[in-house]
Design a protein around this ligand. Sequence first.
Ligand SMILES: [Zn+2]
Length: 409
Amino acid sequence: MFNVKEYYHHDEIIELTQKLISIPSHKEVLHREKEVAEFIYDYCGSHGLEVKLQEVVGQRKNVLSYLRGSGIGNSLMLNGHTDTITPHRMIIDPFNESVHNGFVWGRGAADMKGGLACMIMTMIAFKRAGVVPDGDIIFAGVIGEEGKSEGTEHLINAGIRADAAIVGEPSNYDYAVGHRGLEWFDVIFKGRASHSGSLEDSVNAIEKAAEFIYRAKRDLYPKIRQREDEFMGVSLMNIGIIEGGLGQSTVADQCTVKIDRRYIPGETVASVLQEYKDILESMQEDDPAMEATIIKSAENDTVMNHPPLVTPVTEPIVHAVKTSIREVIKRDPKITLGRGWTDAALLKVYGKMPTVVFGPGDIRLSHTEAERIAIKDLINTVEIYARIIDNFCIKDKIMDAAPMDLLEE
Ligand SMILES: [Zn+2]
């Protein structure tokens, strides 16, 4: 394994992370990820990597970059999202904070522009060193992961594949091989408005919604909490938003309950949906005039579902990630349980690529009012990514090393 640190300067990874942060790419930005994708396209191209843009939605683009391998070993996809959440309520400058106290600061530092910078810098270091991996390395900077995941969906539909993938979400030097699936539902209750001084013939949609929530807590919560997966924890639901009513003196003619449902293997979108329908049916039996429907939320209404991630620990990519983290930080990484949903699930379920979530930074700092990433995490992660490429793509090495290590699992 060549010494990757000799092929880039520390300042380069800091500057690249800062530059990526300085280009806003949240949902209130016109064309959202367009500018950051075009920057990455130019940056990778100017460092001799093959590059490509994919228009996904309007002018919002995925950016792809390739480090071509010799083709005798495994290929690997390095996948990261180029969008961030909005910078509201931040207590630092979200896009132009200085580097200080050992951190690069700003919206997206941890989630996940630091991760993008590490992936790009690793590929550039290989290119500069003249080291040709045994298989192709494909960097995919994808749009919309904080929303509908249109970018990874597009990537999969375009047939872009590798023998395995890494999703570079912050993982604190541990890694995830599983996480819950995610669907959002709207339960919409219809009422009949009237003046609150004359209630005859009125139907209060808010009261119907309250009854639904009461029955969900009474009948569904206990059942859901009994379902558990060893890599994901228990199945979960959260009522995140309730919207309804026209004014205090008016009977509410509509009320919507917005549900976030985190489900595990053994459950499906159809089965979790049916459980809500069962509650609505039981309500209708007691109150035949009640009108309610349940739909997938518009924010989540995509062709692909958002299923759980399940990558078997016996996959060579899991071995390569584990070994590479251990080689750099000198401790055994843990499998992270119960992390949030990521694009890794789409890559695994629809793209059939064994996928591991591993990236720089502290997940607890992502989406925060003072989001930041430690410079040492960026530097260590470039080295870990380089070793993952080395450990995974070299076929002989995998075949030699895997069986012994797998016995430890
Ligand atoms: Zn993320």
